[in-house]
Write a protein that binds this ligand. Sequence first.
Ligand SMILES: [Ca+2]
Length: 122
Amino acid sequence: MRLAKGVMLTVLAAGVLACSDQTAPPPTGDVTPPTVAIVAPDPGAVTGIITLLAEAADAGGIAVVDWKINGGILGAPDSSPPYQYTWNTAQFGAGIFSWTAVARDSAGNTTESAGVTYTVAP
Ligand SMILES: [Ca+2]
């Protein structure tokens, strides 16, 4: 019993030493995804040509913002603020459309905004 306890303490001590010998892991860079939200226009009925506006932020910098309508990417990635998309609401006819903005930071982390729904009347 006493021997077993001694062995366990030895193993424990070795483990502590092994841990204290290790240096801190190297920084792995930016692992925090950006924040992004569609801030205009307010959800609801839209008509004509409107400008969608997203705000994106990241401590390491935003690389691009993509726009998605009903889950499909539309247009080219926007690499500089203000992050806007000019949407001709006649493009897809009448219907209900959910937009999101997807921000990617300089390290490749991505965040998709909450969806904002617009209704295009017939
Ligand atoms: Ca980041």
